[in-house]
Design a binder for this molecule. Sequence first.
Ligand code: SF4
Length: 699
Amino acid sequence: MKDVSSPCEIRSTCPYCGVGCGVILRPDGMGGLTLRGDPDHPANYGRLCSKGSALGETVSLEGRVLAPQVNGQETDWDSALDLVASRFRDTIAAHGPDSVAFYVSGQLLNEDYYVANKLMKGFIGSANIDTNSRLCMASTVAGHKRAFGTDTVPGTYEDLEEADLIVLVGSNLAWCHPVLYQRILAARKERGAKLVVIDPRRTSSCDGAEMHLAIAPGGDVALFNGLLAAIARQGAVDHDFLAHVEGFDAALAAAEAQRLAPTGLSQDEMQAFFDLWIGTEKVVTIFSQGVNQSSSGTDKVNAITNCHLATGRIGKPGLGPFSVTGQPNAMGGREVGGLANMLACHLDLENATHRTAVQGFWDAPTIPQGAGLKAVDMFRAVGEGRIKALWIIHTNPAVSMPDADAVRAAIAGCDFVVVSDITGETDTARLADVLLPASAWAEKEGTVTNSDRTISRQRAALPVPGQARADWDILADVGRRMGWTSAFDFQSTAEIFREYAALSGIAGALGRDFDISGLADLSDSDYEALAPTRWPVSAGKQGGRFFADGKFFHDGGKAKMLALSQRAPVSALDTEHPFRLNTGRLRDQWHTMTRTARSPRLSAHRPEPFVEIHPEDAARLGIGASDLVRLKNATGSAILRARITSAQRPGELFAPMHWTGETGPTARIDALVPAVTDPVSGQPESKAATVSAAKVEAA
Ligand code: SF4
């Protein structure tokens, strides 16, 4: 990698999405910074999207929490952390380890995640640590594990540029992963690759696509079952590759039986898609929240992978199933064990050999025997009083969780709530008993992993303000105060990373995919200079694609195809709730707008919350352009500005998930999302609530 020309320039990684673009930061000496895309970073080669390029507008200290607070009063770190340690210790002593929980975030760096996971699973002895990444990609994790034996992303970003056909399923890549979309468009110009978008809405990703399939919500399993049946019917099965696959006959029989399940598409539309997919060897099927955020999300992932396995279209350049992650370190959280059902390094909580290996490596007093509470169940347990001490780190569940009003009430009623964040102004932070000032993106050291398994350094460019501290440092300090002095005697992120990489060597020896043991001996200066590196990194293994050798990670080394049936979304339409509500992201906002709202130019893109509605529905309800509309169902209500558009299917609505607000009829859209989940992954069904819609008449 080239040297950065100026010593005042610092290479880091954008903190917004799973593309993981490299940025070059230039501090201005007055607490601000300017930046540009890193021309050498393999995720973006210098490109940035609107959010990434506005990062410099979001780093002011306005609204930052700069000192620990207990019950709203500023205090010192010793007092605050002694209180946290003693309340967690006392709660565990009185009610057992499963009476406490951590709810963390894809904003955490790998090193933060590693310490949090080690503290909860190895020392507290509960698996009650889950992450807001549960809301974005847990179904992919479960689908990968069912198909491949491990949570392995088979391909790389280069595959997207080498493909002759890109299929976007439930992904508005143009808005949610813009730099990847730019890479695809650039490659299309050169190679003429075709683009198909499968999405109930006509999104910006459809601009220039050869085909848009406006599928009915929940129709994905039927569509890909139909594709599998067509693959068999049209003689496109790769029988040589099936030597590496189990379950083909059962999967095909289920697909044939489901051939006529409803998709909302015509037979001609489906056949045109089948012919294009089957007739193109190099096809990458990209999927995201439209697949994952569903009560059948895991089945949708497997319906897609079934088609790639049946045709041997995996593990080679320019083809394969490819999931894109929402957050900058959602992938790292998966790897480091930030999910309640995983151990570190893709080792499994359910596997006694894996548990023993991790416990031994950590020299830990205990290890949980099975999965902890996943996000939705965790907050249900908080509401029911079964979780009595909760630590929420860098996330805003009072706004972003399904059934958000109930989650807010649960947090408010919890015996002891700790919040670590950069601001005390989120709906969740206002409910904290103890508020801990954490360092922000531009002040942090560590690593993140992007959607194609590339580990990149995040480097501090600005001084840490006030008394703020890094998350790993706060967590390790609490671990020591709880009595585990040597296990949490970390002095730097480099030290944590070396321990993590060494543990991954054990995972590799146990046949897991995640192995970065080749980085376990990095010196501090090597770690400081670490260039973007795609895992695995170990003796004999280096980056690249998985499965080129036809070897998978199930016992026996074969992949598995699943027999799948279509299931409708859990919430049923009825006369009282006749609209299906889809929720999602906007191009220029991020999560609950804690950062992006600071940039006037980002906020100018869509300045206020809205609901998109088809012209026929609007006319029937007497709703005109810019009227206010009230959405309502059993869990909540919201009032939003109408945007009338035929991009929306009749009977369906779309509203962005970013806006916050107090209890009552506001724009807090997750108040309308029911707390129903995929039974395998635990991921909430965030795109299929049912609601009523009515014009708000002027008073
Ligand atoms: Fe940041 Fe994602 Fe935009 Fe890249 S595509 S600049 S990672 S928000």
